[in-house]
Design a protein around this ligand. Sequence first.
Ligand code: ZN
Length: 144
Amino acid sequence: MATLQKVKAGDLLVGRLSHGADLLEELTEICLERNVRLGRIEAIGAVQEARLAFYDQQKKEYRFLEIKKPLEIAKLVGNVSIKDGRPFVHAHITLADERGNAHGGHLAKGTVIFACEFILHPLEGSDLVRQYDPETGLPLWGME
Ligand code: ZN
């Protein structure tokens, strides 16, 4: 059974991230500074290097993939919810290399921004709180 709630759209935030900063950390910082507890994120741009994760469903653990070269951010899409009492960004990213080949996965710390334009869409509704889900081993949204 799916879990869901109705939310209202807040005012959009649009901006540019810092050259050389960590992509996931800077998006998280913006949510903390602006007190965005629920929302959606999208972004395009380029990274100097990337660190992605793939969730091994059998072992119930993330495997990490490092790509140590410049890549285009063809698409970043993510959401903001609450984990461990604070805003938490969960994002997936598709990156394109110099040949147009795509790499993708769960965005992990260690992805360094070259340039990045983002749209952060805060949503108004009940907090979505991440809780350990024994079926998947992941911190998924709990609904009360
Ligand atoms: Zn993920």
